[in-house]
Design a binder for this molecule. Structure first.
Ligand SMILES: Nc1nc2c(ncn2[C@@H]2O[C@H](COP(=O)(O)OP(=O)(O)OP(=O)(O)O)[C@@H](O)[C@H]2O)c(=O)[nH]1
Length: 319
């Protein structure tokens, strides 16, 4: 076990980056990995693109440090916050045994690599691997996302891709998705969430054996393509009105998530998840109840999602 604090430690703390497009399943995968790491003292750094911390609520480890960097992207606008948070974690006593960083869905993973390759930082916190979570349904249906520069950048900058949303797919469809990803990013392991190989041991072993990545050049301003709206309201929301507003803007919403209090059950905090056309509303984690407001984040592309119109529409929903 690692002893001592911060700068006196003998070996660098391993850092794992979990990236992937909006709603791909990064938090879900992270929770799954963390469950298998119960005995280790971990620090988890979660980056939410929106101004409200939702992912911090959804990471289930209670006995670890879960820190959130919100309202921007750690690969660019929040890079200095990333450094100061890592520095703070490394100066704790005892230091964490591993650090997981969940990127926002619009983070460029090559930029994350570049940021974490700082030679001073590397002595204390060394990047062990970059995992990119990819929604298998997007790969199979070749949805619009697969033509997106950022979607490809994230895959091409990773050491390993993990296919999510495979649970409702047959074996052939999963193999098709794996083959398409291999064709895009040959030589890099593709694991499926539904695959029994996806144990933490297998995953970490694969990351340890990774080959050095060739440098993938990212365009500089990809993150400027995205825009978010953080919407808060201190009274419950009428579900029919809410659905009408969501339907009106659905075509340009890439992602929506957050905590919702409905007029029909104002005591119950609900978790809204919307990725593409798929919307689910379920019970929110208990810790969400500490804040009685409805708080939602909506993400879309600049020039397509009209955040002012969306806000105006949301504000008019009756209780
Ligand atoms: N059926 C199924 N649903 C999944 C899977 N992975 C994620 N989801 C669902 O997809 C939605 C988004 O999952 P998250 O884990 O929050 O995705 P994310 O990549 O962290 O999202 P952002 O950080 O907002 O980009 C949630 O409703 C999840 O329950 C999967 O493998 N199968």
């Amino acid at each position: 076990m690692r002893q001592g604090s911060g700068l006196e430690q003998a070996a660098a703390v391993p850092v794992y980056v979990v990236g992937g497009f909006l709603g791909a399943g990064k938090t879900t995968l992270l929770n799954r990995l963390l469950k298998t790491q119960k005995r280790r003292r971990l620090a988890i750094l979660v980056n939410d693109f929106g101004a409200i911390d939702i992912d911090g609520l959804l990471v289930e480890r209670r006995d670890s440090d879960v820190l959130t960097l919100k309202n921007g992207c750690i690969c660019c606008s929040l890079q200095s916050d990333l450094f100061s948070t890592l520095k703070m974690l490394l100066s704790r006593s005892p230091v964490p045994e591993a650090i997981f960083i969940e990127c926002s869905g619009v983070s460029k993973l090559q930029e994350m690599r570049r940021a974490l390759a700082d030679p001073i930082l590397w002595q204390y916190a060394a990047l062990e691997g970059v995992i990119c979570v990819v929604n298998a349904l997007d790969v199979i249906t070749q949805s619009g996302i697969t033509r997106d520069f950022l979607w490809k950048e994230q895959i091409l900058s990773s050491d390993m891709t993990v296919l999510s949303h495979t649970d409702n797919l047959g074996k052939d469809a999963i193999q098709e998705a794996e083959a398409k990803l291999q064709a895009l990013h040959g030589g890099v392991p593709v694991l499926s969430c539904a695959n029994s190989l996806l144990t933490h041991e297998a995953l970490f072993r694969l990351l340890e054996g990774k080959t050095e990545k060739s440098f993938f050049r990212a365009e500089d301003d990809v993150n400027d393509d995205f825009i978010s709206l953080a919407w808060r309201r201190n009274s419950p929301v009428n579900l029919t009105g809410f659905r009408t507003v969501i339907d009106r803007h659905a075509a340009v919403l890439l992602r929506a998530k957050g905590i919702l209090y409905l007029a029909t059950a104002p005591q119950r905090a609900l978790l809204l998840q919307m990725t593409g056309a798929r919307i689910t509303i379920g019970l929110a984690p208990e810790k969400a109840l500490s804040d009685p407001d409805t708080r939602l984040v909506f993400i879309g592309r600049q020039g397509m999602l009209d955040t002012h119109a969306l806000k105006d529409d949301l504000d008019t929903i009756s209780a």
